[in-house]
Design a protein around this ligand. Structure first.
Ligand code: TSB
Ligand code: ZN
Length: 675
């Protein structure tokens, strides 16, 4: 609180401190600086002088619970300030303002729905990564026409430019209002999240009132660009015994251009979606009879996978990795000893009873590789020992998060465990990074970022409890990263249960990131298994383990490559590199000769000898995104040539077969991205 009682001190981003009467609002402060700034501002960020760090959003609780008065937070431009604060005004350009306008858009959506369908009961309506949603309870399903009407009505609410006004109501009185309306979901939120509050926070725009802690943009008119996107069903509180809710999704931006850009990217993402291309290009399929998250690789997808596998095995051999084969299941005791059972068993398939034993499908390959290490005594001269395997493993991913090939339940990881001396960690780490860079270069992956994945120290269940070990692992990784000069962000709660990781993140068209490569420093498992090597001093020492995957799981990497290339693979990865089209029946023989010549040279070719028109055959190969279509008629047969149509470039005319062969061979051996 300001010392003088009715004056507060406000520190602005440029460092100046100004005094205002207590109760001044960020808007009034903005106006005192410049009317332009006041008009441009959407929301304010304040940090009380006695304050702490930025409050992190914690899902629903953050939406409804009373704010922590000491934490840095966003507030309405109309929020009265009654203590000394640092203040920053956010305009539409500030990325942190976007979730605010999306939350306001959710209120606009609910306003529209209640005006059109007054019998509807409201659930909650938070912003999301890509927009917002609102959950509604209404026995009659919304139709596509309803959604259109809702969107039109929203435009009306925006045009009315209603102020978002925060109101406080004594908790019991507020609850009584919601009870009178039979608003069972609002009552639940209030009871659950404001147990210790005397008053509840409401936001009003026009006649619409919602239980909400804000903040909001100043008025509905600031929701300049929005769109109702889709409708889905969700059970109240995720329980199928509860009433079914209708969740309407939308998105909102500060400008029409941002919205259009987003919708354009969404279209692009749909065009590239690996689940769709996987079907169209016949790469993989998922059968309900096998089960969710258990894809079947079709011949063409399997070809891409096999090429990737051979590629990475060869790189590993060059670098002194030794490959092993180990089974995909083990006795549960192995995973009890490793700590997986204590910290990871929620992600594992349940055990199978077998005579007197319990077996589990392995969720990771590490324990098996540890047993390979243990199969004979090791000396310091054996280290680093790099055991690698294309290891198949099983994880019980929840059905809601499964997606095509990118998140599955049965996966094959390009895995290795490096057993080394502590003084070798740095060099091994750097070797792994070099391999990652080489693989990404060859695969044409250029856009990636590094994430140092740390544990959440509060989560004792998910992580091994050993502060010293975590500190050491983190230090080693930071030193290695700094040594290589790599920029990285941090991810709390993203570590493996046994240690911190360096994860390499790739983003899709929508900017959504996933982890692909990973390097992990582990002091835990060597201890659990009492691993040792004989040092130069003749004594036993404990090795360190580095877990690493270069090209991730075959599933996730192929999913990425499909989307990255939009199905138009470079020559070395294309499942079919050349499509052969004889112009008519009489060119069939020549086409077969060309086919065997190309096959003998190691190319993957497909000859279309159907009784179809030439153009239909060319079109089909084009739709399959085959790099080269080779058309053969009298002229080509006479000259031992092929007429070449290059993907994305069109008809290139007749080329002597030998010349084409040499060029194609070069593209493959150089892993060229061009044709
Ligand atoms: C690197 N024990 C280590 C290994 O030695 C390990 O399993 N690490 S992991 O848990 O991070 O998994 C390795 C990689 O597998 C991840 O970085 C991710 O790219 C990939 N992956 C994880 N879960 C899935 C899944 N459900 N579907 C597809 N790929 C996955
Ligand atoms: Zn491992």
């Amino acid at each position: 609180m300001g010392d003088s009682g009715d004056l507060i001190r406000v520190k602005l981003p440029d460092g100046t401190v100004k005094e205002f009467a207590s109760g001044v609002t960020p808007r009034e402060i903005a106006e005192s600086i410049s009317p332009r700034l006041a008009a441009a501002a959407v929301v304010a960020r304040i940090r009380p002088a006695a304050g702490g760090a930025l409050e992190t959003a914690n899902g629903e609780a953050a939406m409804y619970a009373a704010e922590n008065p000491h934490a840095e937070r966003l507030v309405d431009l109309s929020a009265p300030l009654t203590e000394d604060v640092s203040l920053q005004l956010l305009t539409e350009k500030d990325p942190d303002a976007l979730p605010v306008v999306r939350h306001s858009a959710a209120h606009v959506l609910a306003t529209a729905v209640l005006e059109l369908f007054p019998e509807t009961k409201l659930g909650h309506g938070p912003p999301t990564e890509s927009g917002f949603f609102y959950d509604f309870y209404r026995p009659t399903p919304f139709t596509p026409e309803d959604l259109k009407a809702i969107e039109a009505k929203m435009a009306g609410v925006v045009a009315r430019d209603e102020k978002f006004v925060r109101e406080w109501e004594p908790r019991e009185q507020g609850l009584a209002h919601f009870r009178a309306e039979n608003d069972f979901m609002k009552i639940h939120f209030i009871e659950r999240f404001t147990r210790d509050e005397e008053a509840i926070s409401l936001y009003r725009n026009g006649a619409f009132v919602d239980f909400c802690r804000g903040p909001h943009v100043p008025s509905t008119g600031r929701v300049k660009a929005f769109k109702v996107m889709s409708l889905s069903g969700a059970y109240w509180l995720g329980d199928e015994k509860n009433p079914q809710l209708q969740r309407i999704y939308g998105t909102a931006f500060f400008s029409k251009k941002d919205l259009d850009d987003y919708l354009e990217r969404l279209e692009e993402a749909k065009r590239r979606d690996h689940r769709r291309l996987g079907k169209e290009l016949e790469l993989f399929t998922v059968s309900e009879e096998v089960g969710s998250g258990l894809p079947l690789w079709l011949p063409k997808g399997a070809t891409i996978r096999r090429i990737l596998e051979e590629y990475i095995l060869e790189r590993e051999r060059e670098r002194g990795y030794q490959h092993v084969y180990t089974p995909s299941l083990a006795k549960v005791d192995l995973y009890i000893r490793s700590g997986h059972w204590a910290h990871y068993h929620e992600d594992m398939f349940p055990p199978m009873d077998l005579e007197t034993e319990q077996m589990v499908l392995r969720p990771m390959n590490c324990p098996h590789h540890i047993l390979v290490y243990e199969s004979r005594p090791r000396s310091y001269r054996d280290l680093p020992l790099k055991l690698a395997e294309l290891g198949t493993m099983y994880r019980y991913e929840r059905s809601g998060v499964l997606s095509g090939l990118s998140r599955v339940r049965c996966m094959t990881l390009n895995d290795a465990h490096i057993f080394c001396r502590p003084d070798q960690i740095k060099e091994e780490f750097s070797n792994v990074m070099k391999l990652v860079e080489q693989a990404y270069r060859d695969l044409g992956i250029t856009n990636y970022s590094y994430r140092l994945s740390l544990r959440d120290p509060a989560n004792k269940e998910k992580y091994v409890d050993n502060d010293e070990m975590w500190a050491l692992g983190e230090r080693v990784l930071r030193e290695a990263l700094d040594g290589l000069g790599l920029p990285y962000k941090e991810g709390r709660g993203e570590a493996a249960f046994y240690g911190p990781k360096l994860d390499i993140q790739l983003a899709d068209v929508m900017g959504h990131e996933e982890t692909y490569s990973t390097i992990q420093v582990d002091f835990h498992l060597p201890n659990q298994f009492d691993l040792s090597y004989t040092g130069a001093d003749g004594k036993f020492h404990r090795p360190v383990m580095i877990h690493r995957a270069i090209i991730s799981t075959m599933e996730r990497m192929v999913a990425y490559l499909i989307e990255h290339y939009g199905g138009a693979f470079p020559m070395w990865l294309a499942p079919v590199q050349m499509g052969l089209v004889p112009i008519s029946e009489r060119h069939q023989e020549y086409a077969q000769k060309v086919q065997s010549e190309l096959q003998n040279a190691g190319f993957r070719v497909e000859l279309d000898s159907r009784n179809e028109k030439m153009n239909a055959k060319i079109r089909d190969f084009t739709l399959q995104k085959v790099p080269y279509v080779l058309v053969m008629g009298d002229k080509e047969a006479a000259a031992n040539a092929v007429s070449v149509r290059t993907r994305g470039k069109g008809d290139q005319g007749s080329v002597p077969l030998a010349e084409f062969l040499a060029k194609a061979g070069k593209l493959v051996s150089e892993k060229s991205m061009e044709l």
